[in-house]
Design a protein around this ligand. Sequence first.
Ligand code: HEM
Ligand code: HEM
Length: 220
Amino acid sequence: MNLITAIEWAEGYNRRGLYSPIGVTFHWVMAALVIFQLGYGWYLGWQPVGGDKYVGYQTHTQIGLTIMMLGTLRFLWRSQIAGPQNVDEDSLAGRASRVLQAWFYFSFFALPISGWVMWSTLPSDLPLSIAGVIPFPNLPFHQLSEGLQQRLMQWAAKAHFWIVWITVLAIPGHAGAAVLHYLVKRDRVLPSMFDLNGPQQPGVLGSAPDKGPVDEPPPA
Ligand code: HEM
Ligand code: HEM
């Protein structure tokens, strides 16, 4: 399947008010990684200083950089195929959901970048990588003065902290709104992120094959 065919296939889902399986997979894999990262980051924060904590943070960096890579691919995908139109874009709810979604995209980059700055000022020689597989460089901060490194560390830690907290508040707002849509408005917003059924429209890629006209019953 080339890119054009993939986009046409995904548009078939969008026309039925659904995200395509690619959009749904990005959504739930990244949601799980972000929620894990938040819990694990705090857990590590409470651990006593030592080797285990550093190795734990190395795993934290590997998952964080994976989120940044997936966020880049997802952003590129979404720039080609925006998703279904299930809410009135100009309503207050539509605007609020767009702001939260934009915040999530911002956090997919701002958290890893502020983390990367912190990690690069720490006196650790544990290497960085994406998912423990693709090597990723440290920023060349060790050439800077100690004072400047300390200021960078403080600035990045503050940014990481605030972005973490805004994201922690944004998640229940976003998920709660989706559940409210389901319970109160009873529209397609929540099913759009779960339903993996094909478009089921004749002629649309991804639909079940058209069975043709139904046979007329034989005359009595
Ligand atoms: C979406 C991705 C990420 C999330 C959700 C996340 C979340 C967190 C959380 C919840 C903490 C604990 C904060 C606290 O104790 O106040 C933390 C700390 C930290 N994170 Fe991340 N993080 C992410 C990505 C990264 C990346 C990519 C790196 C490094 C390359 C990184 C490096 C660090 C470091 C060094 C700390 C310790 C900061 C400190 O003790 O002040 N993080 N992160
Ligand atoms: C860390 C957790 C989460 C993040 C980062 C996140 C992020 C996003 C983003 C960026 C979108 C926009 C669509 C896209 O670009 O693919 C979206 C849509 C959506 N999310 Fe989440 N999400 C999270 C958790 C949840 C949860 C727990 C639920 C349900 C209970 C949920 C339900 C939905 C729904 C229904 C949509 C479609 C909304 C629409 O099209 O108006 N999300 N999410």
